[in-house]
Design a protein around this ligand. Structure first.
Ligand SMILES: Cc1ncc(COP(=O)(O)O)c(C=O)c1O
Length: 373
């Protein structure tokens, strides 16, 4: 197994809790338990036995997850974060379809699928999201050019990390049609769905093609990453059961506490409250980040994010974005993410889902660093 370093996670693992300011997070500031449970629910929480829970997720939780989809609880597998869902789906595809299969991967992207896919023996063919005039646009010709008999799947991240962009309906349909015409699977990582700035939920790829795995979690739009609670939506009970057998070898089951808390988070009223909170945070903070970038003249070239608490500007500097991030870390104790960690040099990912004061404090230090280059 040839394990590539997952650079994005490594730098966060090493530094996110040590720096003065962490702007490497892509979701919104996490909630505490007491912020989303009523006092009565806190009492109930204390009585939960700390045993193994239903290993594919309890039925009420899987029912709540499946609500927006045209399949039921039996087609859902609950996982430890979206990360485990991506891992299991990649593993299933390489084991069940073709052990040396290729995947067409939308780039830039959260690079987990790329690393896992290569480590498990497959190969990765990137296709680009490109900075257009007003929006990030998918290179459909590049996607088609990557097709070959060994390709078994297409992976998209929509809304996209790191661009904060959303595919439009024609792009989604075009990708689904390519998958359909070539009998390919689609992995659609929809973990940022629900964190749109305009409040309009990004449609799921699930409805556009028969062979789609949707992966997602409570980590981003819900502000609950510490629950480590994610899921894979599969096309059928049969495939969900196969995937479930793979999870016997990874984490066995979600934490019982997380399963219980997630079931509450996904009840319509709580879900609405959490999504409203996220909507408020991204809309409050984006103008702060935008104005700050604008105040730096030609340094940042950006497209306004449509979703997620992240922006991915091109940065015009005399040093690489990777060098800049390392200097910022060492000299100012601020953590950002370099474009290199998403497969695209010359960009920075700035996370703005924190408290507004914290964001301003961090950006002041980034300004200082810029003036000292
Ligand atoms: C696109 C994407 N998918 C999955 C994950 C992993 O999420 P989780 O915390 O749910 O495991 C992340 C984390 O940043 C992500 O950006």
């Amino acid at each position: 197994m040839n394990l590539e370093t997952f650079e994005l996670e490594r730098i966060q693992s090493e530094w996110e809790h040590l720096v003065k300011y962490n702007l490497s997070e892509s979701g919104v500031k996490p909630l505490s338990v007491s912020e989303f449970l009523s006092p009565g629910q806190v009492e109930d929480l204390l009585k939960i036995p700390l045993g193994y829970t239903q290993t594919n997720g309890t039925i009420p939780l899987r029912e709540a997850i499946s609500l927006p989809f045209p399949v039921g609880a039996e087609s859902v597998l609950v996982t430890n974060g979206g990360a485990e869902a991506n891992f299991l789906v990649s593993w299933w595809l390489l084991k069940e379809i073709n052990p040396a299969g290729k995947i067409l991967l939308m780039t830039p992207n959260y690079m987990q699928i790329q690393g896992v896919w290569k480590a498990l023996g497959g190969s990765v063919v990137p296709f680009r999201l490109m900075m257009g005039r007003n929006r990030w646009e998918v290179d459909l010709e590049g996607l088609k050019a990557g097709l070959s008999k060994d390709v078994i799947a297409i992976a998209v991240c929509n809304p996209n990390n790191p661009c904060g962009s959303i595919l439009d309906s024609q792009e989604m349909k075009a990708i689904a049609d390519i998958a359909e015409d070539n009998s390919l699977w689609v992995i659609s990582d929809e973990v940022y769905q629900g964190a749109e700035l305009d409040g309009n939920k990004t449609p799921s790829m699930f409805d556009l093609h028969e062979k789609v795995f949707v992966t997602a979690s409570l980590s981003k739009a819900f502000g609950l990453p510490g629950l480590r609670l994610g899921w894979a939506i599969t096309p059928s009970e049969k495939i969900a059961n196969e995937l479930w057998a793979y999870s016997d070898y990874t984490t066995i089951c979600p934490s019982a506490l997380s399963d219980w808390l997630a079931t509450i988070a996904l009840q319509p009223d709580t879900r609405k409250m959490l999504e409203t909170r996220t909507h408020r945070i991204v809309n409050k903070n984006w103008p702060l980040l935008r104005d700050w970038m604008d105040s730096h003249g030609e340094t940042f070239d950006y497209l306004a994010p449509q979703a997620a608490a992240i922006c991915f500007p091109r940065i015009n500097l005399s040093i690489t974005s990777l060098e800049f991030v390392h200097r910022l870390l060492r000299e100012k104790s601020v953590l950002l993410t370099p474009g290199e960690h998403f497969g695209v040099a010359g960009h920075l990912r700035l996370g703005y889902g924190c408290e507004a004061d914290y964001l301003s404090g961090a950006l002041d230090l980034v300004s200082e660093m810029l003036s000292e280059l």
